[in-house]
Design a protein around this ligand. Sequence first.
Ligand SMILES: C[S@@+](CC[C@H](N)C(=O)[O-])C[C@H]1O[C@@H](n2cnc3c(N)ncnc32)[C@H](O)[C@@H]1O
Length: 267
Amino acid sequence: MTTACSSAGRDTAPDPSTAAADAEAGWFGDQPVDPSAKTGRVHAVFDSVARRYDLMNDLMSGGIHRLWKRRFIDRIAPRDGRTVLDVAGGTGDIALAMVRRAPAAEVIVCDLTEAMVRVGRDRMIDQGVADQIRPVVGNAEQLPLPDRSVDTYTIAFGLRNVSRIDTALREARRVLRPGGRFFCLEFSRVTDPALERLYQAYSFQVIPRIGAVVARDRDSYRYLVESIRRHPDQAALAGRMEAAGLARVAYENLTFGVAAIHSGWRL
Ligand SMILES: C[S@@+](CC[C@H](N)C(=O)[O-])C[C@H]1O[C@@H](n2cnc3c(N)ncnc32)[C@H](O)[C@@H]1O
């Protein structure tokens, strides 16, 4: 497993206002935090949930996350010989699905939390594909990869955890080769108000309870729910992707907007 390196002198789009970025980074779920402390708090959450993460995903979503991920992989359509970087790759669901589709693709998984990467690494060994996937511990805001080095950048249920989303989007563009594609799967905004009320009730009443019983960690699952509500909606995220220099930005809602796939190009 390799670890992060510095990002000096990189090929990134201009920095947007840091005041707005600090305001966003100043929230850990619904708790105000010092912006410099947020990444450490997020790391602690995933360190705590790593061993129960896959089971909890199935319980919380009733398995729907698997359908969303399948749709995500269909949209990415990974190909042999291409380099794919899966950021915030966690326990490796996306990377594993990619090597099943394209066994001769070069797949790199980068995640902030070593505990998550280790669980993913064990799954890759169990499934006999450890040689095809390179795990890296690193931050989406400062990727340990050279400029223009990957064909496809993917991030699934990771962007809302990143302290500075705009910095991560500019990093995505930096590491993409011209002609490369960006794909993000993330919770988003339910489009129907009645469904949205039901969904909020489920999220805030049920998910932290499942977290308390199964993972013995109500607070981490409360953070996950709160972070979903704070994440930018479909149109706002699309606008921020464009501001980061990505082109031909589009999105597709999944399950009435509970989740969405955003895509864009580095031209
Ligand atoms: C909800 S999990 C998603 C894991 C996986 N992509 C999936 O879909 O199952 C979020 C992951 O984002 C990682 N993460 C959070 N902040 C990050 C950052 N700044 N850079 C890289 N990874 C980060 C966490 O360690 C965690 O593994």
